[in-house]
Design a protein around this ligand. Structure first.
Ligand SMILES: Cc1cc2nc3c(=O)[nH]c(=O)nc-3n(C[C@H](O)[C@H](O)[C@H](O)COP(=O)(O)O)c2cc1C
Length: 168
């Protein structure tokens, strides 16, 4: 069975989450492709699709939003899961755009969405980004929990195999 994993990332940490998801599914013998959202022209041939994005100022990155606009209708014919990566505290994930998330889930027929804590490395940020984080009193550091990412990927793999649906 073929699975597409694709995630939009500005500073690389969400891309690494996507790579862990891909690796976990490969250990379950899925045939996986890991692609940048801009490189996804079609989801033809995939049994399942996992789409993620880092969150900036309450929004998914444009590249991931564009992908849903372009390919969302075709995703509806497949099993789809979404994930977001952002800070769990400040800027608060409560500020993340719930109506947009619900619209995205409807557009893709997604079976679940998961928010993962991300990474904020001061050395990778532009001056404008540092100023935004300072204004929002954001905390620097790597909050990613790759064990939780692997567990989520495994639950998706099991769901695909069982032909069951889960609400992740
Ligand atoms: C300028 C800026 C704005 C951010 N805004 C949000 C936000 O609104 N909500 C959130 O949960 N995380 C926010 N974050 C945190 C990022 O989503 C987090 O650092 C993520 O792991 C970055 O992923 P990337 O390395 O793939 O770009 C922001 C980070 C920066 C630098």
């Amino acid at each position: 069975m073929r699975v597409l994993v694709t995630a939009a990332s500005r500073h690389g940490s969400t891309r690494e989450i996507a790579a862990v998801i891909e690796q976990e599914l490969q250990t379950m013998n899925f045939e996986c492709d890991l692609k940048e959202p801009r490189d996804v022209e079609s989801v033809e041939g995939y049994d399942a699709v996992i789409v993620g994005s880092a969150i900036y100022v309450g929004q998914w990155l444009g590249e991931a939003r564009d992908l849903i606009e372009r390919v969302g209708p075709a995703m509806k014919e497949r099993k789809v899961w979404l994930f977001s990566s952002g800070l769990a505290d400040t800027p608060s994930k409560d500020a993340n755009n719930t109506p947009a998330l619900l619209a995205r889930m409807k557009a893709t027929g997604a079976l679940g969405h998961r928010h993962f804590p991300g990474k904020l490395d001061v050395l990778q940020l532009s001056l404008a980004e540092r100023a935004a984080i300072m204004a929002a009193r954001g905390k620097y550091g790597d909050s990613r929990d790759m064990a939780a990412v692997r567990d989520w990927a495994r639950s998706i793999g099991e769901s695909i195999l069982d032909q069951r649906t889960i609400s992740a």
